[in-house]
Design a protein around this ligand. Structure first.
Ligand SMILES: CC(C)(COP(=O)(O)OP(=O)(O)OC[C@H]1O[C@@H](n2cnc3c(N)ncnc32)[C@H](O)[C@@H]1OP(=O)(O)O)[C@@H](O)C(=O)NCCC(=O)NCCS
Length: 328
């Protein structure tokens, strides 16, 4: 029995921040950023909240789909507007998804992949004859980020990398369609703290240590190496689970963190970069939102055809990584 993607949506904030704009904030230049990352610009939310962006992407993904048929809303984010209510609950209320159960998931830049895996499992579980759990036929999975709120705008090696935005997908139980063929997730322990972000809690008068930094902090080279290694590992594992080989894959849609990471992954997997969806140039790294946004771009540009096999690959803080093979 299959669970496939039947709708995709994307929202980018109106404000575009170019590399030149960033060079007015920190000691950098346009050429360095393009050559080292592939990023030409990013969108930054100046009036839109995370919930606004999530709702806009979700509305596009839903299109004419009956909103009463959505049984689950799952939002992946590391930058929720509020701790409570969670973003998924706010999306559910605003879009009038009367019959949906809503909760958020945080698996850093792999969040959308972990969300898709969870939604697929919940859908399939409810479809087993006599299942004790409730039936969910359709799920809305959203990745949304306002990374601009956790970016250290004074640190040139990281502030160039990130942007804001949202991507959404509607998953449906469709017994006749292959849909998601396999998923493989792996968590690696971040012993050295190469990718971290503090929290925004208030200082506690009884806590004995000093409060730590609040910004996103990364050790670029270490994260770069982890990304390339983990993409290879989880992609090969997901392919093996699906009984497929690399050459069976028509499109690779990796998390958009750095064009050089994608280039290195393509070489590791011995695949042409032309088979990789590249969206980083226009929207930078949008963490949980990167993958649904890139899937949207792949579909919108008309590259993907029915029956194509797509490998979707995520990696990020935690450290966590995931790959899924989807037949369109
Ligand atoms: C961050 C990243 C772009 C840095 O690229 P790099 O090639 O590794 O560059 P380095 O960190 O080695 O820095 C090289 C030099 O450029 C300088 N530099 C760093 N950022 C710069 C900038 N924005 N502009 C100009 N120079 C910069 C460094 O200070 C260093 O100078 P030095 O040699 O005088 O010390 C790259 O490591 C990366 O993308 N890593 C992955 C990060 C990521 O994606 N994280 C999220 C994953 S989900």
């Amino acid at each position: 029995m299959g669970v496939g993607i039947i709708g995709l949506g994307k929202y980018l904030p109106k404000k575009v921040v170019t590399n030149d704009d960033i060079s007015h904030l920190v000691d950098t230049d346009r050429t360095w950023i393009i050559e080292r990352t592939g990023i030409e610009q990013r969108h930054i939310a100046t009036t839109e909240t995370g919930t606004d962006m999530a709702c806009r992407a979700a509305e596009e993904a839903l299109g004419d789909i009956d909103r009463n048929s959505i049984g689950l809303v799952l939002v992946a984010t590391v930058t929720p507007d509020d701790m409570v209510p969670v973003t998924s609950a706010q999306v559910k209320r605003r879009l009038g998804l009367e019959h949906a159960v809503a909760f958020d998931v945080n698996a850093a830049c792999s969040g959308f992949m972990y969300g898709m895996w969870t939604a697929e499992a919940i859908i399939k579980n409810g479809m087993v004859p006599g299942a004790a759990t409730m039936e969910v036929k359709r799920a809305l999975v959203i990745g949304v980020e306002r990374l601009s709120r956790i970016t250290n705008w004074e640190e040139r090696s990281s502030c160039i990398l990130f942007g804001d935005g949202a991507g959404a997908a509607v998953l449906e139980y469709s017994p006749e369609e292959p849909g998601i063929l396999s998923t493989y997730l792996k968590n690696y322990d971040d012993h050295k703290g190469v990718l971290t972000c503090g929290k925004g809690y208030k200082a506690i008068p009884f806590w004995e240590d000093k409060e730590a930094y609040q910004h996103l902090s990364l050790r670029g080279k270490a994260v770069f190496k982890f990304a390339v290694n983990s993409i290879e590992e989880v992609t090969l594992a997901a392919l093996e689970k699906a009984g497929l080989s690399l050459n069976d894959i028509d499109w690779f849609v990796p998390h958009q963190a750095n064009l050089r990471i994608m280039d290195a992954a393509a070489r590791r997997l011995n695949q042409p970069l032309e088979k990789f969806q590249i969206s980083i140039n226009k929207s930078a790294n949008v963490s949980s939102a990167s993958i649904p946004m890139a899937l949207y771009d792949l579909q919108k540009t008309g590259k993907i055809r029915k029956g194509d096999k797509v490998a979707v690959m995520g990696f990020g803080g935690g450290l966590c990584a995931a790959a899924a093979i989807i037949q369109w």
